[in-house]
Design a protein around this ligand. Structure first.
Ligand code: 0X9
Ligand code: ZN
Ligand code: ZN
Length: 455
């Protein structure tokens, strides 16, 4: 009798815990390590490859080099051994996170919500599970039909729907487009939180904000709030630190393509892996993944109208320009730097926080190929930026919820400066330009008067 009760109890707790499949990070540490020479770098590459360790920065072992910061999660079982070798080889290091599980657990407060999602009470300073985000998208569409339409982008590997919003006022003329996507990498939760924040910001201010009001007459914002739906769900149910999608390979012996290595641009030539165990697995071929097919299909179809392509990641506090696959600069690099630096300066005014702005291969410390940002540039989209939001590694992918608000505020400020740029340079019916014109005219008159009077 006792054993029956015990089994029932066990079954119950298994059900409650999602069959107890959740990967635990008890006692795991994230170390910041700075290899001083080639041997140090080699040692770090060897252990990450052999032990299949979870690299947080750079995302791929080949990219570890002397002088470059390495952020590495070490399972509790290996912490002492690895710290000992680091000391023995004199490799400088310190602890960024001393118990990953503890940090992960601090975010799980609202995991099981029974209350129905309502826009009035939706908390934009919390991370939300996928079912709530689906419900939120539906409600945004219903409530804000005056500016928002919701569209089907395509299907994930596990056959879930990916959606995007088109935000703008109806117009007879062909509209320009600013495209924003979030949630490429599953564990980068702040990215997904940002897109929700940003959409909310637009639907709540589009009438009162004159620039936005003006821009939305001639420009549509396309926003994909969450691209890698399967991966994101997996980070909630099973493995918080998952990065890729959930496509199986080699008869299910390994899973997941890095969606930011799967685009058809210099595919898998550098900074990507052909090994499906790797966090930067580029997939069996370019655009092999249904997610990649869906996004590149939509963007291809509207690319003549897209002025800005923005893709939101974390972490590292960077605004990255193409390219990741070469040190060469893109043809509009100087102009893009100007616009990027301006966004950064505006952002600094918000919370006195600055990001690094520059070509990806020059700034991030590693190469990559097959990224959506580089692909967008090479199909002819003029402004393509990859944002890496907060932080710099203190919490890394497990950014505490109290940083959602400041992060989203500063990022909104940065992107709004790009919206202002579009307003200034690309719109026919532009209030600010007209006003600045008349200021110039006034100035000219004043100068004429001045010179006539003083002569
Ligand atoms: O490596 C990546 O995919 C991105 N960093 S992350 O830590 N979020 O994974 C950066 C991609 C930037 N590359 C280009 N713009 N080419
Ligand atoms: Zn509205
Ligand atoms: Zn990312």
């Amino acid at each position: 009798m006792k054993s029956v009760a015990c089994i029932i109890c066990l079954l119950g707790s298994l059900l409650h815990e999602g069959f107890g499949l959740k990967v635990q990070y008890n006692g795991d540490e994230v170390l910041k390590i700075v290899p001083q020479n080639a041997q140090h770098a080699q040692y770090l590459q060897d252990i990450t490859t052999e032990l299949l360790l979870d690299l947080w920065k750079p995302p791929t072992p080949e990219a570890i080099h002397a002088g470059g910061e390495v952020h590495l999660r070490i399972p509790s079982s290996h912490v002492n051994q690895i710290k000992d070798s680091l000391l023995q080889y004199n490799i400088p290091h310190n602890v960024l996170i001393d118990n990953v599980q503890q940090l992960v657990d601090s975010h799980k407060v609202n995991e099981k919500t029974t209350t129905k999602v309502s826009l009035e009470t939706y908390n934009y300073t919390k991370y939300h599970p996928m079912d709530e985000i689906y419900e939120w998208m539906e409600q945004i569409k219903q409530r804000h039909g005056d500016v928002v339409t919701k569209h089907y982008l395509g299907q994930t590997y596990e056959r879930r729907s990916i959606y995007y919003f088109r935000i703008g006022y109806p117009s007879d003329k062909k509209k320009k487009i600013m495209f924003v996507d979030c949630g490429f990498h599953a564990r980068e939760w702040i990215s997904v939180a940002f897109c929700q924040w940003f959409v909310n910001e637009i639907v709540s201010t589009h009438r009162s904000n004159t620039v936005l009001n003006n821009v939305l007459k001639e420009v549509d914002l396309y926003i994909v709030p969450i691209f890698n739906v399967d991966g994101y769900i997996y980070t909630w149910t099973t493995e918080r630190l998952w990065r890729k999608n959930r496509a199986p390979f080699n008869n299910g012996s390994c899973y997941g393509v890095d969606l930011n290595r799967n685009f058809d641009v210099q595919w898998c030539t550098i900074g990507a892996s052909k090994d499906c165990n790797s966090n930067t697995f580029c997939g069996p071929s370019a655009t092999s993944e249904p997610e990649t097919k869906a996004l590149s299909g939509l963007i291809e179809a509207i690319k003549q109208d897209i002025i800005f392509y923005l893709t939101i990641h974390s972490y590292g506090k960077m605004i990255l320009l193409p390219y990741g696959y070469t040190l060469n600069l893109s043809k509009d690099h100087d102009l893009m730097m100007e616009v990027g630096k301006r966004a950064n300066a505006k952002m600094k005014e918000k919370h006195n926080n600055e990001y690094d702005v520059g070509a990806s291969s020059h700034v991030i410390g590693y190469f990559d190929s097959g990224s959506s940002g580089d692909w967008a540039t090479d199909i002819g989209i003029k402004f393509s930026y990859t944002f890496e939001l907060r932080d710099n590694g203190t919490y890394g992918f497990v950014l505490p919820e109290d940083q959602i608000k400041p992060t989203c505020e500063e990022t909104t400020t940065a992107i709004m400066s790009m919206v202002e740029y579009v307003n200034e340079k690309y719109l026919e019916n532009n209030a600010v330009v007209i006003r600045s014109l008349s200021i110039n005219v006034l100035l000219a008159i004043a100068m004429c008067l001045h010179s006539t009077l003083s002569s």
